[in-house]
Write a protein that binds this ligand. Structure first.
Ligand code: TXA
Ligand code: MG
Length: 305
């Protein structure tokens, strides 16, 4: 059920159960990150394969230090600039972090979120919180408590009401290699912004056969309705009079505001039994790059059902 009572959430976490938690990016499905049984519940309820690692959330650099071997200077600079906020950084994991969290990798993904309710929860418990986005595997990430409830019903005892997510896209995930910042997933922090903090920034190559993060899977974040990227909405409609078409458009021209609405509108359209949903690409700069990336993956249809 959806609750406004943060104590329900804290107690449920302490008992080793899972909860829906608002973050500034998307809602998360949270559990005690040091309790393997609780973490297993996340994988089970989400239907996510164990080979996909989870992000740990914490509230301070002091807590971070317990979870990592060391903090490289570039990571420290990024943390100082973006935390609390929508940036996830890969670190060498400490002994405290289980292989279940990292899917056997020596790297652990960590972020300090900025949503005030999530920070309050993190400060009320003495463990990091593991939380993937609160959607069934490969479905659209939720940006409202209601969506989380619709996805999981009684399988998640409590979802904390925290309003619509400010950012609306997942965190940007980066790693540090040979003095370079490598972007593994585009999200709330743009490449342009990262470059101002550390000029040497690269996108992980697309043809990278080894998928490092699930956000790099070709099919991801998909609606159940077929999504087609079009150049001209009116022309597509004219050429397909036989189709019942849902159009994904936004009132705003500001890509930040579009990002906040993107998953939400896609989810709403997906409920309406259209034959197809169509959308134009966004201007490919700033947060528009992340939006185009999500659009591309959501529209990938080969082998999808
Ligand atoms: O904004 C966000 O990051 C949200 C909120 C809830 O914090 N969380 C989120 O988690 O998007 P999830 O699990 O849906 O996506 C996390 C991504 C996955 O693609 C996963 O493969 C990658 O992070 N990841 C996690 N740990 C990793 C690791 N140790 N090495 C490489 N990739 C990792
Ligand atoms: Mg996800």
């Amino acid at each position: 059920m959806i609750t406004n009572n943060i104590q329900h959430i804290v107690e449920t976490l302490k008992k080793g159960d899972i909860v829906g938690i608002p973050t500034e990016t998307v809602y998360g499905l949270g559990a005690n990150g040091l309790d393997e049984k609780a973490v297993q519940k996340i994988f089970r309820v989400k239907g996510r394969p164990n080979k996909n690692p989870l992000i740990l959330h914490t509230h301070s650099i002091k807590e971070l230090k317990k979870l990592v071997k060391h903090i490289p200077p570039i990571a420290k600079k990024l943390a100082d600039n973006y935390w609390p906020g929508p940036l996830t950084i890969l670190f060498d994991k400490s002994e405290l972090v289980s292989d279940l969290i990292t899917a056997g990798s020596k790297k652990v993904a960590i972020r300090i979120p900025s949503h005030p309710l999530f920070l309050e929860i993190l400060k009320s418990v003495d463990f990091p919180i593991a939380a993937p986005s609160a959607n069934p595997y490969q479905r659209i990430s939720p940006t409202t408590a209601q969506q989380v409830h619709e996805y999981f019903q009684d399988k998640v005892p409590y979802v904390l009401e925290g309003g619509k997510c400010e950012c609306g896209l997942e965190s940007t995930i980066v790693g540090i290699e040979n003095n370079k910042v490598i972007i593994y997933r585009l999200g709330g922090i743009t490449m342009e912004s990262l470059k101002k903090v550390h000029p040497n920034v690269e996108l992980a190559p697309k043809d990278n056969t080894k998928v490092v993060t699930s956000g790099m899977d070709l099919k991801h974040y998909a609606p159940t309705t077929k999504l087609i990227i079009v150049d001209n909405i009116n022309l597509f409609k004219k050429n397909h009079p036989e189709l019942n078409i849902g159009v994904l458009t936004f009132e705003h021209h500001n890509n930040r505001l579009i990002a906040k609405e993107f998953y939400y509108q896609l989810y709403q359209l997906d409920q309406q039994n259209f034959d197809v949903i169509i959308c134009k690409k966004f201007k490919n700069m700033g947060i528009g790059k992340a939006l185009n990336d999500k659009l591309q993956r959501a529209s990938y249809s080969e082998g999808a059902s």
